[in-house]
Design a binder for this molecule. Structure first.
Ligand code: ADP
Ligand code: MG
Length: 598
């Protein structure tokens, strides 16, 4: 039998490759714009007709090409950007495959005009399936590609294109992803002779505003983290920016990317700040050593694999939380004047581990040997506050910063006023801050319970309490016993669903309520999935914090109030309780003044 294998002609091989690279008009826009950026252009104009079906033209003022390069640029695997495999690990350019122009030229009619700075005349090339024309012409420095009648030779693909509205939307999305990465380049996008975008060079915040509207400017909170494995910068939206479809962008080394895992990290930072159906806007730029990412994962290169994904997740979450914490204290102060917007985070975060909250491991408030420092009764509030003062918490940086912000931004913080034994009022720069005292204390205890979990803390009861449970409660108690122990309970099983409570966490030493507290904790565990431990820990700590917190009917003196507020601002999250209820609100001057307009 004769041989049947033969090599495909280049034109067909290119068409097949084009199927990967050029899926729709937006892919052409992307490839041409990226080439212009790689060519060092400072001005890039995109002209589109009929959503790119009829023509797409990209004009740049970049370095241009020599006549030979101009011809060669359409060959498959022709690139000036890498020369060997090693270069793949130090990529500084958007392109590197040398496939785009060959692919485009195999599925459309292409014209190229290009001139280099030192040449007097430029090169014109026309390709219509094959090279149809090459001549010298006079043209400006830089390069202009015109791509006409995309998929003219592949009717099936042309038919496959969606409506003009959809294709134009894809083009606009592609355009946005690029212009948001390069704010210092002048871009424009014109559709059927109508300007869609005219974007003079600017900074990132302004570029985002150019695209998403003036309102956005005031909603952006800057984030920054400089570490040995990644530098993160950019913006996340404040609560006002959140919606069902807020703009969300990740970039790495000057390239747009999708990253579902990092997306989760962002969402994690917003836990309990936003309503479940809302998502925040974000524009986050990662800079990493190119050797630590693999951009070959996906042919269209939007999914990127990171070597240090887990570490970056942590850094990302922390730096967003930090920013949210900072800005949320006094939102109206930060957002009512343009000049005051930028409030950079000065302290670089070095390693993720160093950011987690720390506390004085030596001090054990529940240890019977150190009873001097512990509280014994919730009803003894003066003592409670006094003793709490003795507790040395070495504050995490974040919280220290929050506190500083609070103090420096708000010069009048020392005057507190308790209203109806429930709310604490204090004047801040932008208006009147109101704190819900019960929620504040719940949050303080909640974070304390969680932080102390590693310690074996128990305040022994003089008279152990007996508790009888039903069979199902008893099963649950057996399951959560280790968690309760971490929280400071000392429980022994007497058999037949009867238990003896020998020790309890000091902060809830309200003797008569031990049984009730245990029952509440069992109910809480029943309600939640006991298998998800970390979640359960939170729930139990929260339940406990709620039952131990000062009530909204407790009169506090200045010292107690000051202490409460100090501790609140040492919390990782002082804006919302674990169940998402606001702890602080600010009645701003504007609202106040409004009430006095007759
Ligand atoms: P890649 O970008 O992966 O190198 P392309 O097919 O997109 O592959 O481009 C091939 C080559 O053509 C590039 O490496 C570059 O040298 C040249 N080129 C393409 N577009 C431009 C441009 N706008 N200005 C200057 N050179 C360009
Ligand atoms: Mg390219």
């Amino acid at each position: 039998m004769s041989d049947i294998i033969h090599l495909l002609p280049d034109s067909i091989a290119n068409q097949i490759a084009a199927g990967e690279v050029i899926q729709r008009p937006a892919s052409v826009v992307k490839e041409l714009m990226e080439n212009s950026i790689d060519a060092g252009a400072t001005k890039i104009q995109v002209f589109v007709k009929d959503a790119g079906r009829t023509s797409i033209q990209v004009v740049d003022n970049g370095k241009g090409m020599s006549p030979t390069d101009a011809r060669l640029s359409f060959e498959r695997h022709a690139t000036s950007k890498i020369t060997n495999a090693k270069d793949l690990f130090s990529l500084q350019t958007m392109g590197f495959r040398g496939e785009a122009l060959a692919s485009i030229a195999s599925v459309a009619q292409v014209e190229l005009k290009t001139r280099q700075k030192d040449d007097e005349i430029g090169t014109f090339i026309a390709i219509d399936g094959l090279l149809t024309n090459q001549e010298t012409i006079s043209c400006p420095i830089g390069t202009s590609f015109t791509v006409n009648n995309l998929f003219f030779n592949i009717p099936a693909r042309r038919k496959f294109l969606k409506s003009n509205t959809t294709e134009l939307r894809h083009i606009i999305e592609t355009f946005q992803r690029i212009v948001l990465t390069y704010p210092d380049i002048h871009f424009s996008l014109t559709h059927n002779n109508n300007d869609i975008y005219q974007l003079p060079p600017t900074n990132k915040r302004q570029r985002i505003t150019q695209i998403f509207g003036k309102k956005t400017y005031h909603q952006l909170l800057s984030i920054e983290a400089k570490t040995s494995i990644v530098n993160i910068s950019g913006f996340v939206g404040n609560i006002d920016s959140a919606s069902k479809a807020a703009p969300q962008f990740f970039f790495v080394n000057g390239r747009y990317m999708r990253h579902p895992y990092f997306h989760k990290a962002v969402m994690e930072a917003y836990t309990r700040i936003l309503k479940p159906e809302q998502t925040p806007s974000y524009f986050i730029y990662f800079d990493v050593d190119p050797a630590t990412i693999d951009i070959n994962v996906h042919p269209t290169k939007t999914e990127i694999k990171f070597q240090d994904e887990r570490e970056i997740w942590q850094i990302l979450t922390v730096c967003i939380k930090e920013s949210l914490g900072k800005f949320n204290i006094v939102p109206s102060i930060d957002f009512d004047t343009e000049g005051m917007i930028d409030f950079p985070i000065e302290k670089p975060i070095n390693i993720p581990n160093s950011i987690s909250p720390t506390y004085d491991r030596e001090y054990n408030p529940f240890n019977t040997n150190s009873t001097k420092k512990t509280t014994t009764s919730i009803s003894n509030w003066d003592a409670f506050y006094k003793k709490q003062n003795d507790i040395k918490i070495s504050e995490p940086d974040i919280n220290q910063e929050n506190k500083e912000l609070f103090e420096t931004k708000d010069t009048l913080t020392n005057q507190y006023f308790q209203y109806k034994d429930k709310y604490i009022f204090t004047a801040v720069k932008s208006g009147m801050m109101i704190i819900n005292q019960q929620r504040a204390h719940t949050q303080i205890l909640f974070e304390k319970f969680l932080n102390n979990q590693q310690e074996n803390l128990s305040q022994q009861l003089l008279f152990p309490e007996k508790i009888e449970l039903d069979a199902s409660e008893s099963t649950i108690l057996n399951e959560i016993e280790p968690q309760l122990k971490q929280l400071g309970f000392d429980i022994s099983d007497l058999g037949q669903c009867t238990y003896s409570i020998c020790g309890i966490p000091a902060s809830i030493t309200n003797g008569n309520n031990v049984q009730q507290t245990i029952k509440e904790l069992i109910a809480c565990a029943k309600e939640h999935d006991t298998k998800v431990l970390s979640h359960l820990n939170n729930e139990l700590a929260f339940s406990l914090a709620k039952s131990a917190a000062i009530p909204n009917t407790k009169s506090l003196n200045q010292e107690e109030i000051t202490d409460l507020i100090d501790k609140l601002f040492q919390c990782k999250n002082h804006q919302f309780t674990y169940d998402g209820k606001p702890i602080i609100t600010i009645l701003d001057d504007f609202e106040l003044d409004k009430k006095f307009i007759s």
